[in-house]
Design a protein around this ligand. Structure first.
Ligand code: SF4
Length: 88
């Protein structure tokens, strides 16, 4: 069975995980918080987050994160990798 088949989001309205509008204000903030709350209870959150970070830019809430949060993770990882190569 694929990890995607075990996601709790399968039991939710898919729109919950794709907030529309400015994700820093209004309804989108509440929607994002509600989607993240589902992810925090999800048994495959780690696999989902790893997939979303590796996949590159993907819209929506995956693994309890927004695309902006995943972008920041990618940048930190790239900086660490570059620093490690420089030090070697
Ligand atoms: S972590 Fe969130 S988006 Fe990923 S499978 Fe679970 S509920 Fe769905």
């Amino acid at each position: 069975m694929d990890w995607r088949d075990r996601g709790l989001c399968l039991r939710e309205d898919p729109d919950l995980f794709f907030p529309i509008g400015n994700i820093n204000s209004g309804q989108a903030v509440m929607q994002t918080d509600d989607a993240k709350a589902v992810c925090r209870r999800c048994p495959v959150m780690e696999q989902c987050l790893a997939w979303a970070v590796d996949a590159g830019p993907v819209e929506g809430i995956w693994g309890g994160t927004t695309e902006g949060e995943r972008r920041a993770t990618r940048r930190r990882t790239a900086r660490r990798t570059a620093a490690t190569k420089t030090a070697a």
